[in-house]
Design a binder for this molecule. Structure first.
Ligand code: NAP
Length: 270
């Protein structure tokens, strides 16, 4: 049996759609439909992985580090207790070590390597859809995100879902592997503006921090998350050049990755 946690999120939905024709797949989510299992990492008593051969754990990273670490500890610990054979974990690309949210991912990877489970780590690069959310054009077409001259090797969420399915449905072939899954083409503010017919007028981190705080929509932990993302892109850490095997995404997909710029365009101008 293959079980997917976090199945109703954006990535999880793409994963489960690809597995819809299989009858050995169990959906784990905080609000399960009939036939699914309630799987809330904040409630360890809810974690029932009985009979699960392969568990795909979609990271539950939107929280403070101590919360995320406790969630992932609960998931791995429950998998060990239930005798799960193989755990596949969606992590963050190695070039993302400067991001505030890298810490909980690296903690989870370390915990997994020390576990009694077979494992595979999918180090997902930042989504092209996420880039569209944090560097969208304003109504006049101006992109003001503080990306400097930096670029992001963004990756289509669909591609990451496809790889997760390939790995989770043939786990033995990927045991003990950590895959860096970043895009092949890096995108900067000027590229985004050229693709959308606008202009790129990068703001500063300070002005962006002020604007995010003033908008009042971000939770306190999300402000440094976002700022560290802009700073890491602007600093040139996320352009893919430091990723050793940049062809891993293509090779696991067995085809050319979806162009991130097309995903960006479709997301900002649906
Ligand atoms: N690479 C990137 O650009 C990027 C961007 C944003 C986030 N991420 C990370 O990748 C993960 C998946 O991305 P996404 O786009 O699918 O994010 P998303 O749409 O925000 O989904 C978040 C997921 O976290 C799960 N979750 C939250 N709290 C949980 C809990 N207490 N117990 C179990 N599951 C919990 C949710 O599961 P339910 O089905 O139960 O709701 C949901 O699937 C995120 O959670 C985050 O860690 C990556």
């Amino acid at each position: 049996m293959l079980m997917i946690t976090g199945a109703t999120g954006a990535l999880g939905t793409l994963v489960t759609a690809r597995l819809a024709d299989r009858d050995d797949v169990v959906i784990g989510t905080r609000s399960p439909a009939p036939g699914g299992r309630r799987t809330d990492f904040d409630d360890p008593a809810s974690l029932d992985f009985t009979g699960v051969g392969t568990l795909l754990v979609i990271s539950a990273g939107a929280a403070e580090d101590d919360v995320v670490i406790a969630r992932h500890e609960a998931a791995i610990s429950a998998a060990e207790k239930a005798g799960v054979g193989h755990l596949v974990y969606t992590s963050l690309s190695g070039d993302g070590d400067h991001l505030t949210y890298a810490l909980a991912h690296r903690w989870t990877e370390r915990r997994l390597r020390a576990s009694s489970l077979d494992w595979t780590v999918l180090r997902n690069g930042l989504y092209a859809e996420f880039l569209a959310a944090v560097a969208a054009p304003a109504s006049d077409g101006t992109i003001a995100a503080p990306l400097g001259t930096g670029r992001l090797a963004a990756v289509a969420r669909e591609d990451l879902a496809e790889v997760a399915v390939r790995v989770a449905t043939d786990p033995a072939a990927h045991a003990g592997r950590t895959y860096e899954l970043v895009g092949e083409d890096a995108l900067g503010g000027a590229d985004l503006a050229a693709a959308t017919g606008g202009s790129y007028e990068p703001g500063t981190l300070a002005a962006t921090r002020e604007a995010i705080t003033a908008a009042g929509q971000a939770l306190p932990f999300q402000v440094p998350m976002l700022l560290s993302t802009y700073a890491a892109i602007a600093g040139g850490f996320l352009d893919g050049t430091s990723v050793e095997d940049r062809g891993t995404l293509r090779s696991l997909l067995g085809k050319e990755p979806r162009p991130a710029i097309e995903v960006y365009k479709a997301t900002v101008r649906p």
